[in-house]
Design a protein around this ligand. Structure first.
Ligand code: AMP
Ligand code: GLY
Length: 421
């Protein structure tokens, strides 16, 4: 099969790395890809949001499966456009991608289906939003409805802070994404993530994985896309995973199918685990990044047939096998990330990593300038290691990090600490 992966991050590198090992693969392309992906796939210079360009390429190259990495093109209808041309595509249609594209849509669905989640209201009007905050008091959570690059949520400690978040969002800080709001109660507990393949009717949970969202050690500092991850996540016990499937994932899949917008692809639930069990914070409709970088090295089964079975509605009789060995990924980012950061610094030393067992470096924002490897993004490398124990995987990953000569970069030194504690 000829496969096209869409995206250019560490997640897409991990997907290409796993797909490249499939005996069913005839050719692998990635649009637009990065310097690391170029080692597994032919990179083509088409942006991930160029829907007509991607459809034309897939048609011309007789692509049998398109695997869409990021949420933007999913919400914008890339899968619909490919399917209209008869091209198989992994990921939800635009209607199903509303689970990530509109927080209000997801809250209403959860309310209708009896899925546990925080009490909430939806607002497009500042006076009504402020009145809701005044009635409920602080702390309270204010969320832009649409895609806001992870910056649309304010957990407000005071009413004044909540009102400021309302004014900022409705005043245009997030563009159209902030034109309406969800305001909801603060939930207490431990956060956890949960991933499942969904074929429209059936859900197949993946191995567990957890990221670290904050920029600095000790889970301090600004929120980021994710500074590292580990798998398995000990906090998601088999009993908890069963509750998440029964109370959250399965009812969501059923509600989407009943509405005539069946969900196919990866459903990634952000959860709060409280005293009364798991509650839904949000959905993403794609693999997590960097969670994907720790899931793929642990996947023993061939990824390609799993993605095809998802597209074809055949997950019911499907199972996946995983290696027992844990995996841990340390993200190296450009100094300054997630705020303004420098581009163009050189990265050296990757060739020396071959000597450390179990280490794979997934690239995100990298490019080649001649022989030189150059940092071009905020998150740049995902240094990933597997080992018989999580502690050993962490040692290996940081040993590799310490071999990389990149003065322009930084990483957290405590990835996995919560799982090891
Ligand atoms: P979301 O994008 O909706 O997952 O929100 C981003 C982050 O905000 C989450 O990962 C939580 O840390 C926090 N958050 C969101 N909603 C709530 C809530 N209802 N209670 C407490 N924290 C929340
Ligand atoms: N690591 C968080 C995300 O992919 O959204």
């Amino acid at each position: 099969m000829r496969v096209l992966v869409v995206g250019s991050g560490g997640r897409e590198h991990a997907l290409c790395w796993a797909l490249a090992a499939s005996p069913l693969l005839d050719a692998l392309f990635c649009a637009p890809g990065n310097a690391g992906i170029a080692e597994q796939a032919a990179c083509v210079g088409i942006a991930a949001d160029d829907i007509p360009g991607l459809v034309a390429f897939a048609r011309a190259e007789r692509i049998g499966l398109v695997v869409v990495g990021p949420e933007g093109p999913l919400v914008a209808g890339l899968v619909d456009a490919l399917q209209a041309e008869g091209i198989k595509a992994f990921g939800p249609t635009a209607a199903a991608a509303r689970l990530e594209g509109s927080k209000g849509f997801t809250k209403d669905l959860a309310a209708r289906a009896g899925i546990p989640t925080a009490a909430y209201g939806r607002f497009a009007d500042a006076a009504a939003a402020r009145a809701y905050v005044a009635a409920h008091g602080a702390p309270i959570v204010v969320k832009a409805d649409g895609l806001a690059a992870g910056k649309g949520v304010t957990v407000a400690a005071t009413v004044a802070e909540a009102n400021a978040a309302i004014d900022a969002a409705l005043g245009g800080r997030f563009g159209a994404a902030g034109a309406s709001l969800v305001i909801e109660a603060v939930l207490a507990g431990e956060e956890a993530s949960f991933f499942a393949l969904v074929d429209g009717r059936h859900a197949l949970p993946l191995a567990t994985a957890q990221d670290h969202k904050r920029a600095c050690d000790g889970d301090q500092g600004a929120n980021t896309g994710g500074m590292g991850a580990y798998s398995p996540a000990p906090s998601v016990t088999p009993a908890l995973a069963g509750q998440v499937m029964d109370r959250i994932i399965e009812p969501t899949v059923a509600a989407m199918a009943a509405a005539g917008t069946p969900f196919k692809g990866i459903l990634y639930a952000g959860l709060m685990i409280g005293a009364d069990g798991p509650k839904l914070l949000e959905y993403n409709v794609r693999f997590g990044d960097p969670e994907c970088q720790v899931l793929m090295p642990r996947l023993m089964s061939d990824l390609l047939p799993a993605l095809i079975a998802t597209c074809d509605g055949e997950l019911k009789r499907f199972s996946l096998r995983w290696y027992d060995d844990p995996a841990l990924c340390v993200v190296m980012a450009a100094r300054g990330y997630p705020d303004a950061y420098q581009k163009g610094s050189e990265i050296r030393g990757l060739a020396a990593l071959g000597g450390i067992p179990g280490v794979t470096v997934f690239h995100a924002g990298t490019a080649r300038e001649g022989e030189r490897l150059i940092a071009t993004g905020g998150r740049v490398l995902g240094v990933t290691a597997t080992a018989p124990t999580l502690a050993e995987a962490r040692l290996r990953a940081y040993r590799a990090v310490d071999c990389i000569d990149w003065p322009g970069g930084f990483c957290r030194r405590d990835i996995g600490a919560r799982a090891l504690a």
